[in-house]
Design a protein around this ligand. Structure first.
Ligand code: GLA
Length: 459
Protein backbone atom coordinates (compact mmCIF):
# COMPACT_ATOMS: atom_id res chain seq x y z
CA UNK A 1 0.00 0.00 0.00
CA UNK A 2 1.19 3.52 -0.68
CA UNK A 3 1.33 5.52 2.52
CA UNK A 4 0.03 9.09 2.67
CA UNK A 5 2.75 11.73 2.40
CA UNK A 6 4.73 12.38 5.57
CA UNK A 7 5.38 8.88 6.90
CA UNK A 8 9.12 8.45 6.78
CA UNK A 9 10.89 5.14 7.35
CA UNK A 10 11.62 5.96 10.96
CA UNK A 11 7.97 6.76 11.68
CA UNK A 12 6.84 3.54 10.06
CA UNK A 13 9.24 1.60 12.28
CA UNK A 14 7.92 3.54 15.29
CA UNK A 15 4.29 2.61 14.67
CA UNK A 16 5.20 -1.06 14.31
CA UNK A 17 6.99 -0.92 17.68
CA UNK A 18 4.07 0.93 19.27
CA UNK A 19 1.56 -1.59 17.95
CA UNK A 20 3.30 -4.31 19.95
CA UNK A 21 2.55 -2.33 23.14
CA UNK A 22 -1.13 -2.16 22.37
CA UNK A 23 -3.64 -4.33 24.20
CA UNK A 24 -5.83 -5.24 21.27
CA UNK A 25 -8.46 -7.53 22.85
CA UNK A 26 -10.70 -8.53 19.99
CA UNK A 27 -9.91 -5.56 17.81
CA UNK A 28 -10.17 -6.25 14.15
CA UNK A 29 -8.53 -3.04 13.10
CA UNK A 30 -5.42 -1.21 14.26
CA UNK A 31 -5.22 2.45 13.33
CA UNK A 32 -2.10 4.61 13.21
CA UNK A 33 -2.16 8.39 12.93
CA UNK A 34 0.63 10.89 12.55
CA UNK A 35 -0.03 14.57 13.22
CA UNK A 36 2.70 17.23 12.95
CA UNK A 37 3.47 20.26 15.10
CA UNK A 38 3.76 23.66 13.46
CA UNK A 39 5.92 26.72 13.34
CA UNK A 40 4.13 29.97 12.66
CA UNK A 41 5.91 32.24 10.16
CA UNK A 42 3.71 35.26 10.89
CA UNK A 43 0.25 36.08 12.23
CA UNK A 44 0.72 35.73 15.97
CA UNK A 45 -2.18 36.10 18.37
CA UNK A 46 -4.52 36.85 15.49
CA UNK A 47 -6.34 33.52 15.18
CA UNK A 48 -8.63 33.93 18.19
CA UNK A 49 -9.70 37.28 16.78
CA UNK A 50 -10.75 35.36 13.66
CA UNK A 51 -7.89 36.91 11.66
CA UNK A 52 -5.40 35.13 9.38
CA UNK A 53 -2.16 33.31 10.16
CA UNK A 54 0.67 31.90 8.04
CA UNK A 55 2.23 28.79 9.63
CA UNK A 56 3.92 25.69 8.23
CA UNK A 57 3.39 22.18 9.56
CA UNK A 58 6.80 20.83 10.55
CA UNK A 59 8.56 17.55 10.02
CA UNK A 60 8.20 16.65 13.71
CA UNK A 61 5.09 14.74 14.62
CA UNK A 62 3.13 12.84 17.21
CA UNK A 63 2.26 9.28 16.32
CA UNK A 64 -0.53 7.31 17.91
CA UNK A 65 -1.60 3.72 17.42
CA UNK A 66 -5.12 2.76 18.47
CA UNK A 67 -7.49 -0.17 18.53
CA UNK A 68 -11.13 -0.15 19.52
CA UNK A 69 -11.92 -2.05 22.73
CA UNK A 70 -15.06 -3.30 24.39
CA UNK A 71 -14.52 -1.73 27.81
CA UNK A 72 -16.23 1.61 27.14
CA UNK A 73 -13.02 3.23 28.30
CA UNK A 74 -10.09 5.05 26.83
CA UNK A 75 -6.83 3.53 27.89
CA UNK A 76 -3.83 5.63 26.92
CA UNK A 77 -0.14 4.91 27.33
CA UNK A 78 2.74 7.18 26.44
CA UNK A 79 5.93 5.74 24.97
CA UNK A 80 7.76 8.25 27.17
CA UNK A 81 7.45 6.97 30.76
CA UNK A 82 7.61 10.56 32.05
CA UNK A 83 3.91 10.78 31.10
CA UNK A 84 1.91 8.27 33.17
CA UNK A 85 -0.68 5.94 31.65
CA UNK A 86 -4.28 6.98 32.06
CA UNK A 87 -7.68 5.34 31.79
CA UNK A 88 -11.07 7.00 31.81
CA UNK A 89 -14.67 6.20 30.88
CA UNK A 90 -16.36 7.54 27.79
CA UNK A 91 -19.28 9.56 29.08
CA UNK A 92 -21.33 12.51 27.88
CA UNK A 93 -19.30 14.97 29.95
CA UNK A 94 -15.82 13.72 30.83
CA UNK A 95 -14.47 15.34 34.01
CA UNK A 96 -10.96 16.79 33.57
CA UNK A 97 -7.89 15.70 35.54
CA UNK A 98 -6.04 18.06 37.85
CA UNK A 99 -4.70 21.08 35.94
CA UNK A 100 -1.52 20.29 34.03
CA UNK A 101 -2.16 16.58 33.42
CA UNK A 102 -0.95 15.65 29.93
CA UNK A 103 -3.93 13.37 29.41
CA UNK A 104 -6.35 16.29 29.60
CA UNK A 105 -5.42 16.86 25.95
CA UNK A 106 -6.50 13.27 25.30
CA UNK A 107 -9.75 13.91 27.15
CA UNK A 108 -10.23 17.14 25.20
CA UNK A 109 -9.98 15.29 21.88
CA UNK A 110 -12.31 12.49 22.96
CA UNK A 111 -14.83 14.99 24.38
CA UNK A 112 -14.74 16.87 21.08
CA UNK A 113 -15.70 13.72 19.16
CA UNK A 114 -18.44 12.89 21.70
CA UNK A 115 -19.88 16.39 21.32
CA UNK A 116 -19.76 16.13 17.54
CA UNK A 117 -21.43 12.69 17.44
CA UNK A 118 -23.69 12.85 20.50
CA UNK A 119 -26.05 10.09 19.42
CA UNK A 120 -23.40 7.65 18.20
CA UNK A 121 -22.61 4.66 20.44
CA UNK A 122 -18.85 5.16 20.65
CA UNK A 123 -16.59 2.25 21.43
CA UNK A 124 -13.64 2.63 23.77
CA UNK A 125 -10.06 2.48 22.55
CA UNK A 126 -6.61 1.45 23.65
CA UNK A 127 -4.14 4.05 22.48
CA UNK A 128 -0.36 4.35 22.56
CA UNK A 129 1.18 7.81 22.03
CA UNK A 130 4.67 8.68 20.89
CA UNK A 131 5.26 12.43 20.66
CA UNK A 132 8.27 13.84 18.83
CA UNK A 133 7.27 17.49 18.81
CA UNK A 134 9.34 19.14 21.58
CA UNK A 135 6.90 19.95 24.41
CA UNK A 136 6.45 23.49 25.79
CA UNK A 137 8.59 24.91 22.97
CA UNK A 138 5.85 26.84 21.17
CA UNK A 139 5.71 24.24 18.36
CA UNK A 140 2.24 23.01 19.20
CA UNK A 141 2.96 19.59 20.61
CA UNK A 142 -0.43 19.80 22.33
CA UNK A 143 -2.37 20.18 19.09
CA UNK A 144 -0.34 17.41 17.47
CA UNK A 145 -1.57 15.25 20.35
CA UNK A 146 -5.23 16.33 20.22
CA UNK A 147 -5.39 16.05 16.44
CA UNK A 148 -3.86 12.57 16.44
CA UNK A 149 -6.10 11.32 19.24
CA UNK A 150 -9.28 12.74 17.69
CA UNK A 151 -8.45 11.23 14.29
CA UNK A 152 -7.53 7.85 15.80
CA UNK A 153 -10.66 7.74 17.95
CA UNK A 154 -12.87 8.63 14.98
CA UNK A 155 -11.19 6.09 12.73
CA UNK A 156 -11.45 3.32 15.32
CA UNK A 157 -15.17 4.09 15.44
CA UNK A 158 -15.47 4.20 11.62
CA UNK A 159 -16.31 7.90 11.72
CA UNK A 160 -15.08 10.40 9.19
CA UNK A 161 -15.19 14.16 8.90
CA UNK A 162 -14.27 16.58 6.18
CA UNK A 163 -10.82 18.01 7.15
CA UNK A 164 -12.19 21.56 7.53
CA UNK A 165 -14.79 20.29 9.92
CA UNK A 166 -12.28 18.12 11.76
CA UNK A 167 -9.93 21.10 12.25
CA UNK A 168 -12.76 23.24 13.57
CA UNK A 169 -13.91 20.47 15.89
CA UNK A 170 -10.44 19.86 17.36
CA UNK A 171 -9.78 23.60 17.78
CA UNK A 172 -12.98 23.97 19.75
CA UNK A 173 -12.39 20.82 21.77
CA UNK A 174 -8.94 21.92 22.92
CA UNK A 175 -10.54 24.69 24.96
CA UNK A 176 -11.48 21.87 27.36
CA UNK A 177 -8.04 22.31 28.93
CA UNK A 178 -8.87 25.92 29.82
CA UNK A 179 -6.91 27.81 27.15
CA UNK A 180 -9.22 29.92 24.99
CA UNK A 181 -7.11 29.40 21.88
CA UNK A 182 -7.82 30.02 18.21
CA UNK A 183 -7.69 27.45 15.45
CA UNK A 184 -4.26 27.88 13.90
CA UNK A 185 -2.42 24.92 15.40
CA UNK A 186 -5.05 22.31 14.63
CA UNK A 187 -5.60 23.58 11.08
CA UNK A 188 -1.84 23.61 10.41
CA UNK A 189 -1.49 20.07 11.71
CA UNK A 190 -4.33 18.80 9.54
CA UNK A 191 -3.66 20.80 6.36
CA UNK A 192 0.16 20.75 6.40
CA UNK A 193 1.74 20.23 3.02
CA UNK A 194 5.32 19.36 2.17
CA UNK A 195 7.32 22.47 1.10
CA UNK A 196 4.31 24.74 1.60
CA UNK A 197 3.27 27.40 4.06
CA UNK A 198 -0.44 27.71 4.85
CA UNK A 199 -2.41 30.93 4.62
CA UNK A 200 -5.25 30.17 7.01
CA UNK A 201 -8.37 32.29 7.40
CA UNK A 202 -11.18 31.79 9.88
CA UNK A 203 -14.95 32.15 10.15
CA UNK A 204 -15.30 30.11 8.04
CA UNK A 205 -12.01 28.21 8.04
CA UNK A 206 -10.18 28.39 4.70
CA UNK A 207 -6.66 27.21 3.87
CA UNK A 208 -4.47 28.14 0.90
CA UNK A 209 -1.10 26.45 0.49
CA UNK A 210 1.75 28.72 -0.61
CA UNK A 211 4.91 27.14 -2.00
CA UNK A 212 7.97 27.91 0.09
CA UNK A 213 10.65 29.47 -2.12
CA UNK A 214 13.38 26.87 -2.77
CA UNK A 215 16.12 29.15 -1.44
CA UNK A 216 14.36 29.71 1.91
CA UNK A 217 15.36 27.93 5.11
CA UNK A 218 13.63 28.08 8.48
CA UNK A 219 15.83 27.94 11.55
CA UNK A 220 13.87 27.20 14.69
CA UNK A 221 15.59 27.64 18.04
CA UNK A 222 14.15 26.87 21.46
CA UNK A 223 14.90 29.50 24.10
CA UNK A 224 14.41 26.68 26.65
CA UNK A 225 12.33 29.05 28.66
CA UNK A 226 9.34 26.84 29.35
CA UNK A 227 6.17 28.03 27.63
CA UNK A 228 3.93 25.55 29.38
CA UNK A 229 0.40 26.66 28.66
CA UNK A 230 -1.05 25.20 31.86
CA UNK A 231 0.32 27.75 34.35
CA UNK A 232 0.98 31.49 34.22
CA UNK A 233 1.23 31.37 30.45
CA UNK A 234 -2.39 30.22 30.29
CA UNK A 235 -3.47 33.14 32.49
CA UNK A 236 -1.51 35.61 30.32
CA UNK A 237 -2.85 34.07 27.12
CA UNK A 238 -6.46 34.15 28.26
CA UNK A 239 -5.99 37.72 29.45
CA UNK A 240 -4.96 38.67 25.90
CA UNK A 241 -8.07 36.95 24.54
CA UNK A 242 -10.23 39.09 26.84
CA UNK A 243 -8.36 42.30 25.98
CA UNK A 244 -8.77 41.68 22.24
CA UNK A 245 -12.46 40.90 22.60
CA UNK A 246 -13.03 44.07 24.63
CA UNK A 247 -11.29 46.11 21.95
CA UNK A 248 -13.52 44.53 19.32
CA UNK A 249 -16.71 45.18 21.27
CA UNK A 250 -15.83 48.83 21.88
CA UNK A 251 -14.78 49.37 18.30
CA UNK A 252 -17.91 47.59 17.08
CA UNK A 253 -20.11 49.85 19.16
CA UNK A 254 -18.28 52.97 17.97
CA UNK A 255 -18.81 51.86 14.38
CA UNK A 256 -22.44 50.90 15.01
CA UNK A 257 -21.82 47.26 14.21
CA UNK A 258 -24.20 44.88 15.84
CA UNK A 259 -22.77 42.03 17.89
CA UNK A 260 -19.04 42.35 17.12
CA UNK A 261 -17.15 40.24 19.67
CA UNK A 262 -13.81 39.70 17.91
CA UNK A 263 -11.69 42.05 15.82
CA UNK A 264 -12.33 39.84 12.80
CA UNK A 265 -16.00 40.87 12.94
CA UNK A 266 -14.96 44.51 12.57
CA UNK A 267 -12.47 43.83 9.78
CA UNK A 268 -14.95 41.75 7.81
CA UNK A 269 -17.56 44.50 8.02
CA UNK A 270 -15.14 47.00 6.44
CA UNK A 271 -13.32 45.46 3.47
CA UNK A 272 -11.39 48.73 3.00
CA UNK A 273 -10.24 48.87 6.65
CA UNK A 274 -6.75 49.82 7.72
CA UNK A 275 -5.06 49.34 11.07
CA UNK A 276 -4.13 52.97 11.71
CA UNK A 277 -7.68 54.26 11.21
CA UNK A 278 -9.28 51.54 13.31
CA UNK A 279 -6.80 52.10 16.14
CA UNK A 280 -7.47 55.85 16.00
CA UNK A 281 -11.18 55.20 16.18
CA UNK A 282 -10.69 52.96 19.20
CA UNK A 283 -8.47 55.53 20.90
CA UNK A 284 -11.16 58.17 20.40
CA UNK A 285 -13.75 55.95 22.07
CA UNK A 286 -11.94 54.24 24.92
CA UNK A 287 -9.12 54.88 27.36
CA UNK A 288 -6.02 52.84 26.46
CA UNK A 289 -6.46 50.77 29.63
CA UNK A 290 -9.57 49.58 31.43
CA UNK A 291 -10.10 48.19 34.92
CA UNK A 292 -10.07 44.40 35.25
CA UNK A 293 -13.37 44.52 37.14
CA UNK A 294 -14.94 45.51 33.78
CA UNK A 295 -16.95 48.37 35.31
CA UNK A 296 -15.70 51.07 32.95
CA UNK A 297 -15.83 48.70 30.00
CA UNK A 298 -19.48 47.91 30.80
CA UNK A 299 -20.24 51.65 30.93
CA UNK A 300 -18.68 52.28 27.55
CA UNK A 301 -20.56 49.35 26.08
CA UNK A 302 -23.87 50.24 27.73
CA UNK A 303 -24.32 46.81 29.30
CA UNK A 304 -24.32 45.64 32.91
CA UNK A 305 -21.07 44.64 34.52
CA UNK A 306 -22.51 41.18 35.27
CA UNK A 307 -23.61 40.54 31.73
CA UNK A 308 -20.23 41.59 30.33
CA UNK A 309 -18.40 39.49 32.89
CA UNK A 310 -20.37 36.34 32.03
CA UNK A 311 -20.07 36.94 28.31
CA UNK A 312 -16.34 37.68 28.27
CA UNK A 313 -15.03 35.34 30.93
CA UNK A 314 -17.45 32.45 30.58
CA UNK A 315 -18.67 30.14 33.29
CA UNK A 316 -17.84 26.75 34.75
CA UNK A 317 -14.44 25.06 34.79
CA UNK A 318 -13.06 26.96 31.79
CA UNK A 319 -14.02 30.40 33.16
CA UNK A 320 -11.15 32.89 32.71
CA UNK A 321 -9.70 34.23 35.97
CA UNK A 322 -8.35 37.77 35.56
CA UNK A 323 -5.69 39.19 37.87
CA UNK A 324 -7.73 42.12 39.28
CA UNK A 325 -4.67 44.22 40.14
CA UNK A 326 -3.58 44.93 36.57
CA UNK A 327 -5.46 47.06 34.05
CA UNK A 328 -6.58 45.55 30.77
CA UNK A 329 -4.60 46.88 27.80
CA UNK A 330 -7.12 47.48 25.09
CA UNK A 331 -5.41 49.86 22.69
CA UNK A 332 -1.98 48.23 22.50
CA UNK A 333 -3.44 44.77 21.96
CA UNK A 334 -5.71 45.99 19.17
CA UNK A 335 -2.79 47.82 17.55
CA UNK A 336 -0.79 44.60 17.49
CA UNK A 337 -3.60 42.41 16.16
CA UNK A 338 -4.67 44.84 13.44
CA UNK A 339 -1.15 45.73 12.28
CA UNK A 340 -0.19 42.04 12.39
CA UNK A 341 -3.16 41.22 10.18
CA UNK A 342 -1.91 43.71 7.60
CA UNK A 343 1.52 42.08 7.80
CA UNK A 344 0.11 38.55 7.34
CA UNK A 345 -1.84 39.54 4.25
CA UNK A 346 1.22 41.25 2.83
CA UNK A 347 3.42 38.28 3.81
CA UNK A 348 1.27 35.85 1.83
CA UNK A 349 1.90 37.95 -1.28
CA UNK A 350 5.64 38.40 -0.83
CA UNK A 351 6.25 34.77 0.12
CA UNK A 352 4.37 33.58 -2.93
CA UNK A 353 6.48 35.92 -5.07
CA UNK A 354 9.68 34.63 -3.44
CA UNK A 355 10.57 38.08 -2.06
CA UNK A 356 12.36 36.75 1.00
CA UNK A 357 13.91 40.07 2.04
CA UNK A 358 10.48 41.62 2.40
CA UNK A 359 9.18 38.56 4.22
CA UNK A 360 12.07 38.90 6.67
CA UNK A 361 11.30 42.57 7.26
CA UNK A 362 7.67 41.71 8.05
CA UNK A 363 8.80 39.03 10.50
CA UNK A 364 11.07 41.53 12.27
CA UNK A 365 8.21 44.01 12.54
CA UNK A 366 5.97 41.28 13.91
CA UNK A 367 8.45 40.54 16.67
CA UNK A 368 8.69 44.20 17.58
CA UNK A 369 4.94 44.53 17.79
CA UNK A 370 4.64 41.35 19.88
CA UNK A 371 7.31 42.68 22.25
CA UNK A 372 6.01 46.27 22.55
CA UNK A 373 2.26 46.08 22.10
CA UNK A 374 1.37 42.49 22.85
CA UNK A 375 3.97 42.15 25.61
CA UNK A 376 4.44 38.42 25.08
CA UNK A 377 8.16 38.37 24.32
CA UNK A 378 10.84 37.85 26.96
CA UNK A 379 14.40 39.02 27.32
CA UNK A 380 15.62 35.57 26.31
CA UNK A 381 13.44 35.50 23.19
CA UNK A 382 14.66 38.99 22.26
CA UNK A 383 18.26 37.87 22.67
CA UNK A 384 17.94 34.77 20.55
CA UNK A 385 16.12 36.76 17.83
CA UNK A 386 19.02 39.26 17.88
CA UNK A 387 21.56 36.43 17.52
CA UNK A 388 19.69 35.06 14.51
CA UNK A 389 19.73 38.49 12.86
CA UNK A 390 23.41 39.00 13.61
CA UNK A 391 24.07 35.65 11.95
CA UNK A 392 22.50 37.00 8.76
CA UNK A 393 18.85 35.93 9.07
CA UNK A 394 16.53 37.90 6.79
CA UNK A 395 14.07 38.18 9.66
CA UNK A 396 13.41 36.56 13.00
CA UNK A 397 10.61 36.50 15.54
CA UNK A 398 9.14 34.59 18.43
CA UNK A 399 6.74 31.90 17.25
CA UNK A 400 3.67 30.52 19.01
CA UNK A 401 2.14 32.09 22.07
CA UNK A 402 5.44 33.53 23.35
CA UNK A 403 6.28 34.03 27.04
CA UNK A 404 9.11 31.58 26.32
CA UNK A 405 9.27 28.82 23.72
CA UNK A 406 10.93 29.14 20.32
CA UNK A 407 11.90 31.65 17.70
CA UNK A 408 11.79 31.20 13.94
CA UNK A 409 14.36 32.79 11.65
CA UNK A 410 14.01 33.04 7.89
CA UNK A 411 17.25 32.78 5.95
CA UNK A 412 18.76 31.75 2.67
CA UNK A 413 19.52 28.01 2.60
CA UNK A 414 23.19 28.88 2.11
CA UNK A 415 23.16 30.98 5.27
CA UNK A 416 21.36 28.62 7.68
CA UNK A 417 24.58 27.23 9.16
CA UNK A 418 25.85 30.73 9.94
CA UNK A 419 22.57 31.65 11.65
CA UNK A 420 22.74 28.51 13.78
CA UNK A 421 26.36 29.19 14.62
CA UNK A 422 25.50 32.71 15.73
CA UNK A 423 22.68 31.42 17.98
CA UNK A 424 24.93 28.72 19.44
CA UNK A 425 27.66 31.20 20.24
CA UNK A 426 25.60 34.21 21.24
CA UNK A 427 22.78 32.49 23.10
CA UNK A 428 23.25 28.84 24.10
CA UNK A 429 26.94 29.14 25.00
CA UNK A 430 26.06 32.03 27.32
CA UNK A 431 22.90 30.56 28.84
CA UNK A 432 24.16 26.99 29.06
CA UNK A 433 27.96 27.08 29.08
CA UNK A 434 29.53 23.78 28.08
CA UNK A 435 26.23 22.19 26.97
CA UNK A 436 25.71 20.73 23.49
CA UNK A 437 22.92 22.71 21.79
CA UNK A 438 22.28 20.23 18.92
CA UNK A 439 18.84 19.23 20.17
CA UNK A 440 17.68 22.77 20.78
CA UNK A 441 17.82 24.26 17.31
CA UNK A 442 17.43 22.92 13.79
CA UNK A 443 16.53 23.74 10.25
CA UNK A 444 12.92 22.55 10.05
CA UNK A 445 11.07 21.83 6.83
CA UNK A 446 7.47 22.38 5.90
CA UNK A 447 5.96 18.91 6.06
CA UNK A 448 2.78 17.00 5.30
CA UNK A 449 -0.36 17.23 7.41
CA UNK A 450 -1.96 14.58 9.58
CA UNK A 451 -3.00 11.24 8.14
CA UNK A 452 -4.49 7.94 9.18
CA UNK A 453 -3.39 4.49 8.11
CA UNK A 454 -4.89 1.08 8.66
CA UNK A 455 -2.02 -1.02 10.02
CA UNK A 456 -3.26 -4.31 8.58
CA UNK A 457 -2.94 -2.87 5.14
CA UNK A 458 0.73 -2.06 5.72
CA UNK A 459 1.69 -5.37 7.39
C1 GLA B 1 -0.99 29.32 20.71
C2 GLA B 1 -2.45 29.01 20.39
C3 GLA B 1 -2.80 29.44 18.98
C4 GLA B 1 -2.38 30.89 18.71
C5 GLA B 1 -0.93 31.13 19.16
C6 GLA B 1 -0.54 32.58 19.07
O1 GLA B 1 -0.16 28.53 19.93
O2 GLA B 1 -2.70 27.62 20.54
O3 GLA B 1 -4.18 29.24 18.75
O4 GLA B 1 -3.26 31.77 19.33
O5 GLA B 1 -0.72 30.69 20.48
O6 GLA B 1 -0.54 33.01 17.76
Amino acid sequence: MTLPDGWDAEEQARVKRLATKLRTDHATQIIAVRAPGRVNLIGEHTDYSGLPVLPVAIDRSTIVVAAANTTGEIEVTNADPAWPSRRFAIERQIPPYETGDWADYVKAAIQGVIDRFPTHALRGASIVVDGRVPPAAGLSSSSALTVSIAMAFMASNQLELDPLEAATMVARSERYVGTHGGGMDQAASIFGRRDHALFIEFDPLRVRAIKMPANAALVVADSRQIADKSGTVRAEYNRRVVECSLAARILGRALKLDGATILGDVVRAYPAWNAVELVEKLAATSPAQLGANLKDAANILGVTQNALDADLLGQGPTRIALDPTRPLEVLKRARHVLSETERVIHAATVLEAGRLDEMGTLMDASHQSLADDFECSTQRLDEIVECARRGGALGARLTGAGFGGSIVALCEVSNAAAVIESIDRGYYAKQYPGAAPENWRAVLHAGAGASVIDMRATA
